[in-house]
Design a binder for this molecule. Structure first.
Ligand SMILES: NC(=O)c1ccc[n+]([C@@H]2O[C@H](COP(=O)([O-])OP(=O)(O)OC[C@H]3O[C@@H](n4cnc5c(N)ncnc54)[C@H](O)[C@@H]3O)[C@@H](O)[C@H]2O)c1
Length: 262
């Protein structure tokens, strides 16, 4: 049990990678507070996982929601050891001239400001406890330019830099901060996303990802959950300020796939 007795907050835990992380963290002995805006799905994940998990409605772009999310962990489970800043959106942006200011602001608030807010409101409890681990979900889009993803890519690159600054500011106080850069992972974000192309056949998408990624299969939410577990646990106790790429080798390739996605 790598997280025995630990308390974790996971944002975006109602779906995809966050739901997989919640399941794995509970298997590894953690108690988990899930924050999301998809209440029905979040409640269902919590019900499936039993008394070690609570679901709380929290919009990660709102500071007061993140404050109450951290408070729920402390009130319900007595502490806060791990924060998983995972919630995010990917929306059809088009080229820079096509993207509205409102859309840009929404993507940055949901993907980047949320991570800063999560850190800001989780750190006091971690400092008081003398340690903690913060893991955030960035993306290979924060490392490579992907077509028509200027706001998304900027938000994910921002997470990588926030992670580094958080890591060096809090290292001496026993708090580590790292992020994960997933490649193409088969979750509703890419196959059932009304804000970006709508419903697609997951099997067809899995085949396309298998063709694209050097390891010839689609990434699965559990691939990310395993990396998150390592970063959250003592197994990575000398690792901080890093962006760990989990992409089946996509970014190792000299040739960035240039297929137009919308
Ligand atoms: N799927 C991929 O290929 C991929 C690749 C790289 C990075 N990512 C990142 O992984 C993270 C998880 O995404 P996923 O693929 O599991 O997708 P997903 O859509 O299955 O899960 C994202 C979750 O975030 C929640 N969310 C969205 N906006 C929110 C808000 N304002 N407040 C609270 N919760 C909110 C959603 O309700 C959803 O439950 C995201 O940050 C995404 O950008 C995904």
């Amino acid at each position: 049990m790598k997280l025995d007795g630990k308390v974790a907050v996971i944002t975006g835990g109602a779906s995809g990678m966050g739901a997989a992380q919640s399941r794995l963290f509970v298997e590894e002995g953690a108690r988990v507070v899930i924050g999301d805006i998809q209440d029905e799905k979040g409640e269902a994940v919590a019900a499936e996982l039993g008394a070690s998990v609570v679901y709380t409605h929290a919009d990660v772009s709102a500071g007061e929601d993140l404050q109450s999310l951290m408070r729920s962990a402390i009130d319900r489970f007595g502490g806060l050891d791990v924060l998983f800043n995972n919630a995010g959106v990917a929306l059809a942006e088009g080229e820079i001239i096509d993207c509205t200011e409102e859309l840009f602001d929404r993507i940055l608030a949901t993907n980047l400001k949320s991570v800063w807010l999560g850190m800001k409101y989780a750190l006091p409890a971690m400092v008081e406890a003398g340690g903690g681990a913060i893991v955030s979900t960035a993306s290979i889009a924060g490392l490579r330019a992907l077509r028509h993803e200027a706001a998304y890519g900027a938000s994910k690159a921002g997470i990588i830099q926030l992670t580094r600054v958080c890591a060096i500011d809090y290292a001496e106080r026993g708090i580590r901060a790292n992020c994960i850069c997933p490649g193409g992972i088969l979750t509703p974000l890419i196959y059932d996303n009304p804000g970006r192309g709508g419903r697609r056949d997951p099997e067809e998408l899995a085949t396309q990802l298998a063709d694209l990624q050097p390891i010839p299969r689609a990434g699965q939410p559990t691939d990310i959950a395993q990396a998150a577990l390592w970063l959250a646990s003592e197994d990575s106790s000398f690792v901080t300020g890093q962006a760990i790429v989990v992409d089946g080798g996509w970014t190792a390739s000299a040739r960035t796939p240039s297929r137009r996605r919308r």
